[in-house]
Design a protein around this ligand. Sequence first.
Ligand code: T1G
Length: 693
Amino acid sequence: MGAINAVVSLAADGDIAILSVNSPPVNALSQQVRAGLLEGARQADADKTVKAVVLICDGKTFIAGADITEFGKPPAAPSLVEVQDAIEGASKPFIAAIHGTALGGGLEVALCCHYRVAVPSAKCGLPEVNLGLLPGAGGTQRLPRIVGVEQALDMVTSGKHVDAKSAHAAGLVDELVPEGALQASAIAFARKLIADGRPLKRVRDLDDKVAAARGKREVFDAFRKANAKKFRGFLAPEYNIRAIEAAVDKPFDDGLATERKLFIELMTGTQSAAQRYVFFAERQVWKVPDVPDDTPTIPVHRVGIIGAGTMGGGIAMNFANIGVPITMVETKQDALDRGLGVVRKNYERSTKSGKLTMADVDKRMQLFTGSLDLGQLADCDLVIEAVFENMDIKKDVFGKLDRIVKPGAILATNTSALDINEIATAVKRPEAVIGMHFFSPANVMRLLEVVRAKATSKPVIATSMQLAKKLGKIAALVGVCPGFVGNRILYARSAQANAMLMEGAMPWDIDKAIYDFGLPMGPFAMSDLAGLDIGWIPEKTSSSTIREVLCEQDRRGQKTGAGFYDYDEQRNAKPSPVTEKIIREFAAKSGAPQRTISEHEILERCLFAQINEGAKILEEKIAIRPSDIDIVWINGYGWPVYRGGPMFYADTVGLANVVAKLEDYGPKLGKNFAISPLLRQLAADGKRFQDMK
Ligand code: T1G
């Protein structure tokens, strides 16, 4: 008994052995943990004085999976399967005592124990699909034997963390034990097992739940059909389904072999490499090199929102969702009433899906105070301005806020493109000014661009990033430039898309290429959704762009049933001969030679222009690291996570290839197009964006 190695120890409580893992931060199954568990299990099993073994973890959680940092490296012994076999094949009961999150390989180890107990706050899950993988240590074979095929399909393809109460109801956990008494309760459970002479329950031996689905193809066909849209482009969900099919159709060990084969295919593929990259990128993005974790933050107990429009309302809902009272200010009563009305409607819609009760809706609406008086914001800790995108209007608002709002408060703007350094010139405390660029719908979209202006103080930055986490957002800290990171890269793509319209491509050709690449929609369908008349002034229109001509013909997008596309009653889009005619006339007038542009060229020009703009953003230090740009585009613009983001994608294509292609396209890319020196240098050095320090 005692320490097995640096991270695993074995102790005894009478005839019950306690096998403990202590490997912060999440007790991942590193080589050390595997080696310690294997030796510990063998010792406990061989020790005649031991009647049962409790497997438990120190720290905040039970084993949260395989050690993802070891992926892609040569495998080091012992394997996880050796550990599992030592536990499952033991001559005495092993009881997994679960707290925190038993995930991936952690749950797979627990499924090799003969019994599982958990505290009510614990969660269980097999989230490998979020890493572009499947549970590769028997999870797809053991889970359906306990919870049944339908629930297993749902758990492995969604990656969701199931709470302990539901896990208990599903038979995944044998007993719920009191919070704070996990070890003692697990030992008591073990003693009762022995006293009752209960058998060693090996999950691998269970069959009735999988037998129930044997020969029923329809179970899997229906599941595939129901999730086709959600799984579009992803490999891992389908592979998970096939592994569960093997659990139903094959004897356990054959199913295990199928699982292994499917796992290795995914593990060696680009999709999983991309999704594992994103896993770490989502954790890196919060780290701001010159704003250390211990930077003091400003307590935010009351928030002011200026502007009750779509953005203002959505932003406010985020704060109400975490119980922070909001004062919403508008210039006119009807605009205020309309804004608050939309917020209530949005909440009421959530009662239909059961996400909220009417009591929840009322409770959140009680956090809202509407006013026409900016003076009501004097005592706010944070004020977010969401008024019309006009510099003069914004500076006027900030000037007034500067005179009204208490010292020490944060003055934030939701501008999506304007110069925040310029806005900050309207106040005497520019250190308090920061950009909080939410994405529409702000209560739904996960991304927040936190925009650091020249004078923004570190406590204001630290507070904004911390607040973003509390709001359940993923925030990237970016610098000030037109369009910041997300929109600036969008402009680079739009420039190529619009240019190709002049060369013979049609909106639906370009959208198809982008859609097939994996984005939810292409630039022209997106414009039709947002409305082609954003920023269009009828009095000043002059048929100078395709967009203007479309608006002049009342083709302002989905809302008018026509835009770049024609729309039927169900808003299904179809290519429009009217738009084609307008574009052909424009192209002819531009004198650009017309040609058929391949899907390949469309994609390369759009994506490589984005990559190039991303490199410029890094050169200008507008983004801290390449993976932040990827986080922005994945969470704000629908870039498919299984392609890792524009900068990761560039690395998979090869930067030298990107540069070579951009040089090939040359003048077609536009007279203002220039290849980023950083991109050229990395390509010349044979480096990747991921190699940038
Ligand atoms: N491996 C290595 N490092 C990990 C890790 C893991 N599995 N999980 C977390 N970390 C690091 C993370 O990078 C961060 O580091 C720190 O721990 C805290 O994480 C064979 C193949 C457990 C719910 O997918 O979902 O098992 O940034 O900030 O918000 O079938 O971490 O501080 O340096 O996220 O409290 C399956 C992944 C693996 C779970 C905790 N398991 N982790 O959330 O902390 S594949 C997973 C999480 C597998 C088998 C297969 C979350 C968490 P740093 P954090 P948190």
